[in-house]
Design a protein around this ligand. Structure first.
Ligand SMILES: NC(=O)c1ccc[n+]([C@@H]2O[C@H](COP(=O)([O-])OP(=O)(O)OC[C@H]3O[C@@H](n4cnc5c(N)ncnc54)[C@H](O)[C@@H]3O)[C@@H](O)[C@H]2O)c1
Length: 257
C-alpha cells in the first residue's frame, strides 16, 4: 500500500470526486479526514471506509472560513497527531450570463474555489513541516486553461489555482512539501449531473473528448494517489489534466472523413 499510515484531509469528500478520492486513498492505507459542509453524506462515506478496514472521521468545515479551518486542523491533530496530505477538492460553480453575474457570485467563486484552498494550505503547512514532508493537491479544471461561457468567476478562480500552486511550491522550497494541481474535465458528478443527463447534449459532450466519453470520479483517483505518494516526489508546482484529451485537440466538423 502506497499511503500506509499517512493522514489525509480531503475537502468536499462527502460526494462526487472527493468521495471517490477518500475511498481510493483509504484503500492505500491512509487515514481520512473529510472536511465538509455536508456531514450527512460524509458519514455515509465514513461507513464505506470503515467497511474496508480503514479509519476516517468527518469534521464540519467551511473551507472559506479561517476559524472553521483552524478547527479542522485542531480536530485532525487531536485524532491522528499529524497531517501528511491535503486534497483541496471542495469547489462550487455558478453558471450565469455575464449581465446577471454579480459581485456576490464573483465573491462566492473566489472565496470557495481560490481563497478556501489558500486558507487550507496555510493551515496545514506548519503541520507538514513538523512531519518533514507533505503533499498538497489543489483542484483546478479545464477552466484553468481556457475561457468557458457564463462562468467568469469560476474561470478566474480556477485559473488562479494554478498560480497558487506554483507560488506555494517555490515558497516551500527546501521543506519537502510538494504542491500540485489536478485539473478535471467533464466528470459525471452531482456538480455536473444536469449536463451529464441532458438528453440532447449529455452523450454528445462526452464524444467531444478524444477518449469519447464523460469522465467518472474514479478516473481522478489514480492521479490523486500518485500525487499523494512518494512516487511523485520529483513533481512540484505542476498540474495533471484529466479530461479525456479535451484540451489537447479539437476536430472541426467536416475535417475528418
Ligand atoms: N465534476 C466536474 O466535471 C469537474 C470539472 C472540473 C473541475 N471540477 C472540480 O473538482 C472538484 C470536485 O468537484 P465535484 O464535481 O466532485 O463536486 P460536487 O459538487 O459533486 O462535490 C463538492 C463537495 O464540496 C463540498 N463543499 C462545497 N463548498 C464547500 C465549502 N465551502 N467547504 C467545505 N466543503 C464544501 C460540497 O458539500 C460537496 O460535497 C471541484 O473543485 C470542482 O471545481 C469538477
Amino acid at each position: 500500500m502506497k499511503l500506509q499510515s499517512r493522514v489525509a484531509i480531503v475537502t468536499g469528500g462527502g460526494k462526487g470526486i472527493g468521495r471517490e478520492i477518500c475511498l481510493g486513498l483509504s484503500k492505500q492505507g491512509a487515514k481520512i479526514v473529510i472536511a465538509e459542509l455536508d456531514i450527512e453524506n460524509s458519514n455515509k462515506v465514513i461507513e464505506e471506509i470503515k467497511d474496508s478496514g480503514s479509519e476516517a472521521i468527518a469534521i464540519k468545515t467551511d473551507i472559506s472560513n479561517e476559524n472553521s479551518v483552524k478547527n479542522l486542523i485542531f480536530e485532525t491533530i487531536k485524532k491522528f497527531n499529524k497531517i501528511d496530505i491535503l486534497i483541496n477538492n471542495a469547489g462550487i460553480r455558478h453558471v450565469k450570463k455575464l449581465d446577471d453575474h454579480n459581485l456576490n457570485d464573483w465573491n462566492d467563486m473566489l472565496s470557495v474555489n481560490l481563497t478556501g484552498p489558500y486558507i487550507c494550505c496555510k493551515a496545514v503547512i506548519p503541520e507538514m513541516k513538523k512531519v518533514g514532508k507533505g503533499k498538497i493537491i489543489n483542484f483546478g479544471s479545464i477552466a484553468s486553461f481556457m475561457g468557458r461561457p457564463d462562468r467568469v468567476g469560476y474561470v478566474a478562480a480556477k485559473s488562479g489555482v494554478l498560480g497558487l500552486t506554483r507560488a506555494l511550491a517555490i515558497d516551500l522550497k527546501g521543506t519537502n512539501i510538494n504542491v500540485n494541481t489536478i485539473c478535471p474535465g467533464l466528470i459525471s458528478t452531482p456538480f455536473n449531473k444536469k449536463y451529464a443527463e441532458d438528453p440532447t447534449h449529455g452523450e454528445k459532450w462526452g464524444k467531444e473528448t478524444i477518449v469519447g466519453r464523460w469522465g467518472l470520479p474514479s478516473d481522478i483517483v489514480g492521479a490523486a494517489i500518485f500525487l499523494s505518494s512518494d512516487d511523485s516526489d520529483f513533481i512540484n508546482g505542476s498540474e495533471i489534466k484529466i479530461d479525456g484529451g479535451w484540451l489537447a485537440a479539437k476536430t472541426r466538423e467536416g475535417e475528418v472523413e
